[in-house]
Design a protein around this ligand. Structure first.
Ligand code: NAI
Length: 303
């Protein structure tokens, strides 16, 4: 088995003071990567803060002979994002890899979902990914190398009761990836997204205890490390991962049907009559960009 190494590479892992992010930072460092360990050290809902979370992971990396620098900034601010990237540049000269992992939860059913809960979750997950990735992407473009990982969730991809804020933010990251994969392609900046299932403080009260024990964060680490490596040449993919199960998931387009000739008025009754064909996914395909959807309309567009 060819070994995956990160000698000379520099990674930023956000929210790396605990849970999944910590396992990514430790494994990358073990493989020769210089790592910025970002974590503001707050509670599960994002309140509070302490330097000790990031410091402990940096100490652990250094004790094992690796190189790491702590950063305590909030990913959800422009200054925070810039300072996280600056920490990488000041300590290690560049940024090759960004793993957007920091996250919080504020769960409530939709009617009880107050503005503050919505805004806080959107800020950390979606705005946070923007604030950190944008300054890092500028450097990656210059260096003609970049690997970016976003962290979505089954809640966003498939839905989960009581997590409308989190689901919206997490699916927003897939949209961000879909466009950044196109913009980054010619600069060798590859962007992928993972949907993990793992034991952490975020999931301790949502998973049955007998599952919680088994779903070790370390099962997610190898996928993230591979996606961060030079060996990975794929971009724009979304992956499920948990307890050794790895699978790609995708947004598909059904073949659908064309009603009319592009000129005549189409009535709601015709939608009703064609509902089976419109909703049929038996010949569904993936697309690479919004332009691909034009192929489906071409029979009428080209008339
Ligand atoms: P965790 O709570 O153990 O780790 C998240 C870390 O992010 C914490 O150390 C926290 O201090 C840090 N953080 C929170 N807000 C921050 C901010 N504004 N700036 C900097 N750091 C901040 O949770 P876990 O499970 O390791 O989560 C990691 C990521 O994986 C999150 O994005 C989460 O939404 C996602 N995820 C986790 C799943 C799971 O099964 N554990 C399922 C789906 C997604």
């Amino acid at each position: 088995m060819a070994e995956i190494k990160f000698d000379g590479r520099v990674a930023i892992v956000t929210g790396a003071g605990a849970g999944l992010g910590k396992t990514y930072a430790l494994d990358l460092a073990k493989r020769g990567c210089k790592v910025v360990v970002n974590d503001l050290g707050g509670a599960r809902d994002g309140t509070g803060g302490s330097k000790s979370a990031a410091d402990a992971v940096v100490d652990e990396i250094k004790a094992a002979g690796g190189e790491a620098a702590p950063n305590y900034d909030n990913v959800a601010t422009i200054d925070g994002g810039e300072n996280i990237v600056k920490t990488a540049v000041d300590n290690f000269g560049k940024v090759d890899i960004v793993i957007n992992n920091a996250g919080i939860l504020r769960d409530k059913s939709f009617l009880k979902m107050e503005e503050g809960m919505w805004d806080a979750v959107m800020a950390v997950h979606l705005r946070g990914a923007y604030c950190v990735t944008r300054p890092a992407y500028a450097l990656m473009r210059e260096n003609n190398f970049g690997r970016i990982i976003f962290t979505t969730s089954g809640a966003g991809l498939y839905g989960n009761f009581g997590q409308s804020n989190y689901s919206a933010a997490k699916m927003g990251l897939v949209g961000l990836m879909n466009t950044l994969k196109l913009e980054g392609a010619k600069y060798n900046v590859l962007v992928n997204t993972i949907a993990p299932v793992a034991a952490s403080r975020l999931t301790e009260d949502v998973m049955p205890p007998e599952f919680f024990e088994k779903l070790k964060p370390e099962f997610i680490t190898p996928l993230v490390v591979y996606l961060s490596s030079e060996e990975n040449k794929d971009s724009g993919y979304v992956f499920n991962a948990g307890i050794g199960w790895y699978s790609r998931t995708a947004i598909m387009i059904g073949e659908g049907t064309i009603i009319g000739d592009g000129k005549k008025e189409i009535k709601a009754e015709e939608i009703m009559d064609n509902w089976g064909k419109i909703t049929d996914m038996s010949k569904a395909k993936e697309t690479q960009s919004v332009q691909d959807t034009f192929a489906y309309m071409m029979p009428v567009l080209s008339k």
